[in-house]
Design a protein around this ligand. Structure first.
Ligand SMILES: [Zn+2]
Ligand SMILES: [Zn+2]
Length: 296
């Protein structure tokens, strides 16, 4: 059995975002939607040893909200390691908040590792506080984690500009396919995907549960609202709506359970009574909230 606990279900900024007065943030503040923290999941096969995928700026509150991640004695943690999908701040800033650890094991591709060392410098800072044990993630290679949990990263192509321009092209963004070696149950975590290319679809096909990028409803969502000049795709996220959006593409993949994660605070699917949420539900797709647990 693979257990996945959604620690945070919103994209960078969370929902509501501190400086956003868009219709969805306003509705959430008024109590017509539930608040969500920034995206991360915890996975385990034994509910004893847990692996975080991404460390969000909300990680401290996320750990406190889930007893499974509480220490059982002294200065200990059931968190075995952190796996990173990319070097985005909303997925890595939480590493600094885990600095009280004696040592932190980190799984990341060489490209992500280099960005964190020489680009954002986040790992250089963290290493002044605790030992960081980096294990290189190689897309396509199986990795044994613990308790029969195996993991395979896969490359997620993106044309999003590299903010820190470290020159790396491959391995900047990956998804993770997690398998319980005993039951064969498979879960995929893919919080950022710009395009469902044939290679990406091949990784998703046949998995039991898919937690996938639901950042924006419209490709030009932030432009329409006058909040930013970039489209969803330019930010590295396939929109839900539209002829080539994820909603049109996902049902053909034959995944048993599909759940949107990493929703931006502007996305109307965050509101349970929105027409957009109904469209998603009618296709049999779920919208994650913080604390959702899935078992595969
Ligand atoms: Zn993100
Ligand atoms: Zn907003």
């Amino acid at each position: 059995m693979v257990w996945a606990r959604v620690l945070g279900s919103a994209a960078g900024g969370g929902s509501p975002q501190w400086n956003c007065g868009c219709p969805v943030c306003t509705a959430v503040r008024a109590g017509s939607g539930i608040p969500r923290t920034q995206s991360s999941v915890a996975v385990s096969t034994d509910r004893d040893r847990w692996f975080l995928i991404n460390a969000s700026p909300d990680v401290r509150g996320q750990i406190e909200a889930f007893p499974g991640l509480h220490p059982r004695a002294g200065r200990t943690t059931p968190i075995e390691a952190v796996l990173l999908t990319d070097a985005e701040l909303d997925h890595t800033l939480g590493l600094l908040l885990l600095r009280e650890a004696r040592a932190l094991r980190l799984y990341a591709t060489p490209a992500v590792h280099r960005t964190l060392c020489d680009g954002s410098g986040l790992l250089r800072t963290l290493e002044r506080y605790c030992a960081v044990e980096w294990r290189a993630v190689v897309p396509g290679a199986d990795l044994a984690l613990a308790g029969g949990l195996s993991c395979r990263a896969f490359e997620v192509p993106t044309t999003k500009r590299d903010r820190f321009a470290t020159g790396e092209e491959s391995g900047r963004v990956v998804g993770y396919r997690l398998t319980d070696e005993r039951s064969g149950g498979t879960l995929v975590y893919l919080p950022g995907v710009q395009a469902l290319t044939p290679a990406v679809c091949a990784e998703l096909r046949g998995c039991h549960t898919l937690l996938i990028d639901g950042t924006c409803w419209h490709d030009d969502e932030l432009v329409r609202l006058g909040l930013a000049g970039k489209t969803s795709r330019e930010m590295g996220h396939l929109p839900i709506d539209g002829p080539d959006g994820s909603l049109a593409r996902l049902p053909a993949l034959g995944v048993r359970r599909t759940i949107f994660v990493h929703m931006n605070n502007t996305n109307p699917v965050l509101l349970a009574d929105s027409p957009e949420r109904r469209v998603v539900s009618d296709r049999g797709i779920e919208v994650a909230m913080d604390g959702l647990e899935v078992e595969v």
